[in-house]
Design a protein around this ligand. Structure first.
Ligand SMILES: *Cc1c(COP(=O)(O)O)cnc(C)c1O
Length: 394
């Protein structure tokens, strides 16, 4: 074992702050009793502002993938058509999940270096004169690439095409790190998870639903039991759950929401932008390429970094782990071995990121990856010399 802390710089699960660890570390309680009821009401209500909604947010004891499946089985019927965009590995996995349920997916191809192309969505919807497409399903922050799609633009595309499709959004890695606004986006389903921006351990997933999505769940025909929204919503109204909730994680959730509110959501979002800009400054300083090529959709949550041709990203990550006790995100799917990802989300500040960037610069050297020195210095300059505007556009 090495001394000192492990640097968990993957883009989720993100490190769990001590306050949340303490909040979770307790005896379990009767999940049908008054103490739980108070907690249930509290978390079900206080999570709504994080989703920018006044409507219900369903909480499952499940990873984010569970909420993905719940979104499909509660709103769609076999043979329904949906429109999705190939932003990266997570969009691809959600598309596969939908296909397995017998949903016909029109998957708009992408190069894994851009966000969702809202114009392409508008074109597809405009062509769909018969309104066969039931839903548009997109990933907000594509964690496999580091591109943050413009969901308001997707909403606008649906409206411009005068198409009745529902809008479903995966905010699993964006919630709590960058604005998510169900009501303003007029999104019908927003799914999320606990182990990224919310700084919790894995094990909870969330679904914010619109009245329209709830109405759809009353007539759609895909089967479900565990994932059924109606049961959940009925029990949640009384502060309870239809089956055993992850009560200790819910104590953690209460603490996480308190921490985010104490810092102030605007400050939390600004911190993520600052860290992301410094990380990109470092990448530029090393003479390497950020995977995302559209500055308008640079992710505040993580940065994907392309390895120079002929150099293996997984070998680089191994060298970093063995020498400096740090974990980066691996390249996933199509970009496996070609990319590594630095997470700067959740319980991360300037010095956490600087340590990670120091490890990166040293590991590039040790792994024999061609680069320029000076990435770390560029990140420091980004923190000291940038005003807010420069930071946003760096
Ligand atoms: C992490 C992640 C998922 C998968 O969530 P699990 O909790 O691993 O099931 C899906 N989509 C995005 C965008 C993610 O970041």
């Amino acid at each position: 074992m090495t001394s000192g802390q492990h640097f968990l710089q993957i883009p989720g699960p993100s490190p769990v702050p001590e306050r949340i660890q303490r909040a979770i570390d307790r005896q379990v309680i009767d999940h049908r009793g008054p103490e739980f009821q108070k907690l249930g009401h509290e978390v079900l209500e206080s999570i709504k502002p994080l989703f920018g909604t006044t409507g219900p947010v369903i909480i499952y004891p499940a990873s984010g993938t569970g909420a993905w499946e719940a979104a499909i089985v509660n709103t769609l019927s076999p043979g329904d058509h949906v429109l999705m965009a190939e932003t990266g590995q997570f969009a691809t996995l959600w598309q596969k999940l939908a296909s397995r349920w017998g949903i016909e997916v029109d998957f708009i191809p992408g190069d894994w270096r851009h966000g969702v192309d809202a114009a392409a969505i508008e074109t597809r919807l405009a062509e769909d004169k018969a309104h066969k497409i039931t839903a548009v399903m997109v990933v907000h922050n594509e964690t496999s690439t580091g591109c943050l799609s413009d969901i308001a633009a997707v909403r606008k595309a649906i409206d411009s095409a005068k198409h009745p499709a529902m809008l479903m959004v995966d905010t699993i890695s964006s919630l709590g790190s960058t604005p998510v606004t169900r009501d303003a986006w007029n999104a019908d389903v927003i799914v999320s998870g606990s182990q990224k921006g919310l700084m919790l351990p894995p094990g909870l997933s969330f679904t914010a639903v619109s009245d329209r999505a709830i109405a759809a769940s009353k007539t759609n025909t895909l089967p479900r039991s565990y994932w059924d929204w109606q049961e959940m919503i009925a029990f949640n109204a009384k502060g309870f759950f239809p089956y055993t909730p992850a009560s200790t994680l819910l104590y953690g959730l209460k603490e996480a929401i308190a921490m985010l509110n104490e810092e102030g959501l605007e400050n939390v979002f600004a911190r993520h932008l600052r860290l992301a800009a410094a990380c990109r400054a470092a990448v530029k300083g090393w003479g390497l390429d950020v995977l995302c090529v559209d500055p308008k959709v640079y992710s505040p949550i993580l940065t994907g970094i392309l390895m120079p041709a002929g150099h293996d990203a997984d070998n680089f990550r191994k060298v970093a782990l063995e020498n400096f006790n740090i974990s980066y995100g691996a390249g996933l799917g199509k970009v496996a071995g070609k990319v590594f990802r630095i997470g700067h989300l959740g319980d991360c500040n300037e010095l956490t990121l600087m340590a990670a960037l120091c490890a990166t610069e040293m590991s590039l050297k040790l792994a024999g990856v061609p680069h320029k020195a000076g990435g770390v210095a560029a990140a420091m300059t980004s923190f000291t010399d940038g005003n807010e505007k420069q930071r946003l556009s760096a």
